[in-house]
Ligand binder design. Structure first.
Ligand code: GCU
Length: 656
């Protein structure tokens, strides 16, 4: 780890179990060298020994090797793990599999070397486990170096240039491999002028990043502008059916692969929030995506085409337009029309990464399209890495959700799981040291979408604090485990979403987006609140689901409480399944949320002396801000609804 950088979930002591043993490594290739380097470094620190390709110097405690058996079972990324006769064995068919196998042993620690275990097979459920960086090359006047970034500058770019410091990028790759991530897109989906050129004359800078990430099995991808043939190529059109345009993309892509032979492909935000796209030429989004797929397919690349397409210039007076409907309305008619090299990348919810949304109905409604599901690890709407909000339980709910064909989202996402990264050049990587748990959890859930998030959290605790006492582990678990629900309690209620300060999205502003063009409204009046998305009387969004969800969401009687205001406009006196009225629920949860933050802050304070001082201080400082912020949310929300409804708190607490 570079000097002064937090080791995150590869704390040196986490490698003690491996580093204090005799290890044999068999096989060759760049990733086998990485595995060797990892083990050798751990041995240097902890006194163990590593031998290459010898068979006469045994016995060994750990044997890591490439084998030829079972490639159809293991693939490039899988491995078998066994512990028999005093030797722990990891066998893989490919270098990545061996690397993941090594990190599996690291996660198990001493337990990897005790007892007898017959061979177990491990392989990722999803082939693509990817992070999108919303990093700008040049500092954007409004969004800064990293759009929605809360962890300092970019690891890759600084003031318009690539950073020289690739050591940090390499260390990042190492952390990502240790939680199973295998792909990165290195620039913002909003492609501005400087970033656009990464595709052409600045591709060398991307190649340098790819070089630093490759030893950890991570492929590099690039966000590109659909208008590139015009802005970079000087053509008069970017029409996807124009032969000259097709030729331009083919040639540009050929050059990309010349520079980066294992390049992953393109990410495209088209016709979305002002980005150019095929609509300008009267073409469909499958025609747009297929243009780029044709360019990357000969090289084995993929186009990640985002489904985040909606009208961001809506008239708030227009009650018929519903942003939640947009992705489904645009894309479901195109099912079956996307080329094999195109993946449609869908945000997990129909709106925009709110603390609570239903699962997007698009996921499950396009059986003939390869879908990737997009999550947001960067905490844009969930406390911006000043608040503790561990999102594992939310993502797990999403990934287990089953739509009409009965498959969980984690299986429908055949194109992979993608997330917006929360990492920057901050010494703790993620600004808030506890936000590292979100990144780790994302990687592990992408590997195994049905994993128990609580177990993943404990894994993260074990790797980040390998020498933790029981008290420390329990304390860490308790401050993180319920933090998403706590955050939900003190922010926008019952799935209604937003109520944030416009622009930067931090802190409360109940009506901040109420009369804006963004399509994000709550419609609170003196009688009630919520968006009627029923088929019977509302926007019809509920009807985009299959059975049983369409029926459940359609009626306020059957709609789950936590999504009630997403789907229905109800009176403040509406009684929830919990037995409380909506207005009393709002008051109670907001008081509770603040109390829970206060309790978590005390737990954290009690861990002083058990956590290294710099980390402890950083988290303590952020808890002060979280408590201040939670109080502000509570008081604005409660006061707003008391004033609107005139209904007093049944418990007579102070509301302003
Ligand atoms: C959100 C976010 C934007 C981002 C957009 C996207 O709306 O606020 O910064 O560009 O999502 O996902 O494209």
């Amino acid at each position: 780890m570079p000097e002064g950088v937090d080791p995150a979930w590869l704390a040196p002591a986490a490698l003690r179990a491996v580093g204090s043993r005799r290890t044999l490594i068999r096989g060759s290739g760049p990733l086998v060298e990485t595995v060797h380097g990892e083990v050798a470094e751990a041995c240097r620190r902890f006194g163990g020994r590593v031998v290459r390709d010898a068979s006469d110097d045994g016995p060994y405690d750990l044997a890591l090797g490439l084998g030829t058996e079972g490639p159809e079972l293991l693939g490039e990324e899988g491995f078998t793990f066994a512990c028999e006769g005093g030797t722990t064995t990891v066998t893989a068919c490919g270098g990545r599999g061996l690397l993941y196998g090594l990190f599996h042993v690291v996660r198990l620690g001493e337990a990897a070397f005790s007892g007898e275990r017959s061979p177990q097979t491990h392989r990722p459920a999803l082939a693509l486990r990817m992070l999108d960086h919303w990093d700008n090359v040049a500092v954007h006047p409004v969004m800064g170096q990293v759009e929605r970034g809360y962890a300092g500058g970019s690891l890759f770019w600084e003031d318009g240039r690539a950073r020289g410091d690739l050591e940090r990028v390499r260390a990042y790759g190492r952390l990502l491999a240790a939680c199973g991530i295998n792909a990165i897109s290195v620039n913002n989906v909003n492609v501005h002028a400087a970033e656009a050129r990464l595709l052409t004359d600045r591709i060398g800078e991307v190649a340098d990043i790819a070089y630093a990430l490759r030893p950890y099995g991570i492929r590099t991808h690039l966000s590109v502008s659909f208008a590139a043939p015009i802005t970079l190529g000087g053509l008069s059109t970017a029409d996807p059916l124009d032969e000259v345009v097709r030729g331009w993309w083919a040639e540009a892509t050929r050059r990309v692969y010349e520079a980066i032979p294992d390049f992953g492909g393109y990410v495209v935000k088209a016709d979305s929030e002002g980005q150019p796209g095929p609509f300008a030429y009267g073409r469909s989004h499958s025609e747009g995506a297929n243009l780029l797929a044709a360019a990357v397919e000969p090289f084995g690349g993929t186009v990640h085409w985002r489904a985040f397409v909606y009208d961001h210039r809506q008239d708030w007076r227009d009650r018929a337009t519903d942003r939640a409907r947009a992705a489904y309305d645009h894309f479901v008619p195109l099912d079956g029309e996307f080329a094999a090299g195109a993946v449609l990348q869908v945000k997990h919810g129909p709106m925009d990464f709110q603390v609570r949304e239903p699962v997007s109905p698009l996921i499950g409604a396009m059986p003939r399209t390869r879908l990737a599901v997009e999550l947001q690890v960067t905490q844009e709407y969930t406390g911006q890495q000043r608040h503790v909000c561990w999102l594992g339980p939310m993502w797990s709910e999403v990934l287990r959700f089953r739509q009409e064909r009965g498959l969980p989202v984690g299986e429908v996402a055949r194109g992979g799981l993608v997330a917006v990264s929360n990492v920057g050049d901050d010494p703790f990587w993620t600004g808030h040291p506890l936000a590292q748990a979100n990144l780790y959890t994302f990687g592990r859930l992408a590997w195994q979408p049905d994993a128990e998030p609580g177990e993943v959290l404990d894994e993260w605790i074990g790797l980040t604090y390998p020498e933790a006492s029981e008290r420390l582990s329990a304390g860490l678990h308790s401050v993180l485990d319920g933090s998403w629900r706590t955050y939900e309690k003190y922010t926008a209620p019952l799935g209604v979403g937003f109520m944030v300060q416009p622009g930067h999205h931090y802190g409360p502003s109940v009506d901040g987006y109420e009369y804006s063009p963004w399509g994000t409204y709550h419609f609170a009046d003196r009688d009630g609140i919520g968006v009627d998305r029923s088929v019977a009387s509302g926007t019809g969004f509920a009807g985009q689901y299959g059975a049983p969800w369409a029926g459940l969401y359609e009626s306020p009687d059957t709609c789950p409480d936590e999504l009630l205001l997403f789907f229905h406009h109800v009176p403040y006196g509406h009684v929830l399944k919990s037995g409380k009225t909506v207005i009393q629920h709002i008051y109670d949860t907001h008081f509770e949320g603040v109390e829970e933050v206060g309790q978590a802050r005390s737990v954290w304070a009690s861990l002083a002396g058990l956590v290294d001082p710099a980390r402890h201080a950083r988290v303590s400082e952020r808890y002060e801000e979280q408590l201040r912020g939670a109080r502000e949310w509570r008081d604005q929300i409660n006061s707003y609804f008391l004033r609107k409804s005139g209904v007093p708190d049944s418990r007579g607490r102070r509301i302003h």
